[in-house]
Design a protein around this ligand. Structure first.
Ligand SMILES: *Cc1c(COP(=O)(O)O)cnc(C)c1O
Length: 411
């Protein structure tokens, strides 16, 4: 047997049936019409946001990085609970505006923004987080052509990274942002060109569970923003200090101590450096807000044995939930938390089961030798922590199976 990640502690069952927001998952599958199905519980999202707001300093803006989960009903529900959306493509721009989010609360990062994407964003009044001097020149040119003053922030590639993060996105040679030593010159030049300068965007990494590392990075981020603002000689309206808050996916992972992070950030922001007095600060989070709210439900099609090992073959797979197969940004394959949803929380003998997706590739392993109750065809397998980087971050067209269904409950 191999260990699995921790099942979020609030999940309960009724007569062995996993409940989501008070409903048995078999009934939710009936309501949706079929498996595979992602169910997202807005109550969990609301609880995570409340926990954060409570822990973080008053007045800190909270942005949702919508690439984590752009499901339209979820966007519409989360919009009123946050201060803005961070987007990274023209498609996300349309989804964000379509959800009812006001353009002035949207910021657009991401390398390789095309001219038509810049144009749509500038015309809408969205802030562009500039990734390079070249992009700045294109944005200014487009602003002139369409007769709109562009709202521009400078994304900075910081001279440090987020220690212990699953995905480093700052420090050293990176495709994201402008190196810190050139950032103030770029800000000065967009101000001189007549753009509305919105401030700084500094994002150092992702999926960190080490509060001390996040505290250190946030302090360094604020210090960097202060130094750059001094060089510009102007106060930035907004300093986006990034995010990187992780969630416990794997064996041994513990929930992030956001209280400790909030206290440390409060200390940093209570007496900000002179050049940041009057600035607003924003945190941008994706998975922290939504990952734990999602469960992926897939039905066992076949149970078979090979060389003494038991396989449960399901109707879903990595084409919907790539991350659980270990092929999305992890070096070593480890087990996400899984359960048989119709035999949840029952006492009794367990056996080692490998849960294999339906794709004809050995990559499609959703759980490796995990302890589960006796598994039979027709059982529903639940994969937890499926609310972020699932349906929208998986190769849905691979092998021609149907896309997963999605459903929001608790709205
Ligand atoms: C991906 C990304 C995020 C969200 O990351 P999470 O790990 O889901 O919180 C936030 N900001 C930027 C710039 C990103 O690229």
């Amino acid at each position: 047997m191999k260990p699995m990640g921790p099942i979020p502690p609030w999940f309960e069952a009724e007569e062995g049936m996993l409940l989501i927001e008070g409903s048995g998952v078999a009934a939710l599958v009936d309501e949706a019409g079929d498996t595979p199905l992602f169910v997202y519980d807005m109550n969990v999202v609301r609880a995570k946001i409340a926990l954060l707001r409570d822990a973080m300093p008053d007045g800190l803006h909270l942005h949702y990085a919508m690439k984590a989960n752009p499901y339209a009903p979820l966007l519409a529900a989360i919009g009123p609970l946050v201060d803005g959306f961070d987007i990274a493509s023209g498609g996300e721009l349309e989804m964000a505006l379509g959800s009812g989010m006001a353009a002035e609360r949207i910021s657009f990062a991401g390398p390789g923004k095309r001219d038509d994407e810049l144009r749509a964003a500038i015309q809408a009044g969205v802030t562009i987080n500039l990734e390079s001097e070249g992009e700045a020149a294109r944005a200014l040119g487009i602003g002139e052509i369409v007769g709109v003053t562009p709202r521009l922030a400078v994304r900075v590639n910081p001279d440090f990274d987020l220690k212990g993060s699953g995905m480093k996105m700052g420090g050293g040679a990176k495709p994201f942002g402008v190196d810190a030593e050139r950032a103030s010159a770029l800000a000065r030049s967009v101000i001189a060109a007549g753009a509305e300068w919105r401030g700084w965007h500094i994002f150092a990494g992702s999926q960190a569970l080490d509060a001390a590392a996040l505290m250190e990075t946030q302090a360094a981020t604020v210090a960097l923003a202060a130094r750059l603002s001094d060089e510009v000689g102007a106060t930035p309206p907004l300093v986006n200090i990034g995010g990187g808050f992780g969630v416990p996916y794997f064996p041994g992972d513990l929930p992030l101590d956001v209280k400790a992070i909030g206290l440390a950030l409060e200390e940093v922001l209570t007496l900000p450096p002179d050049s940041l007095r009057g600035s607003a600060f924003a945190l941008e989070l994706g998975r922290y807000l939504v990952a734990e709210a999602g469960v992926y439900l897939t039905r066992v099609v076949d149970v078979k044995d090979s060389h003494g090992e038991r396989f449960a073959i399901v109707d879903g797979g990595l084409h919907h939930q790539l991350a659980a197969s270990g092929n999305f940004g992890t070096v070593v394959r480890r087990n996400y938390p899984v359960a048989i949803a119709n035999k949840f929380g029952l006492e009794g003998p367990e056996q080692a089961v490998t849960v294999e997706g339906c794709l004809c590739t050995p990559l499609d392993r959703l759980a490796d030798k995990v302890a589960l109750p006796a598994v039979e065809p027709g059982d529903l397998i639940a994969i937890f922590l499926a609310g972020a980087y699932g349906a929208s971050a998986s190769p849905a067209a691979f092998l021609g199976h149907r896309p997963a269904l999605e459903m929001l409950v608790g709205d």
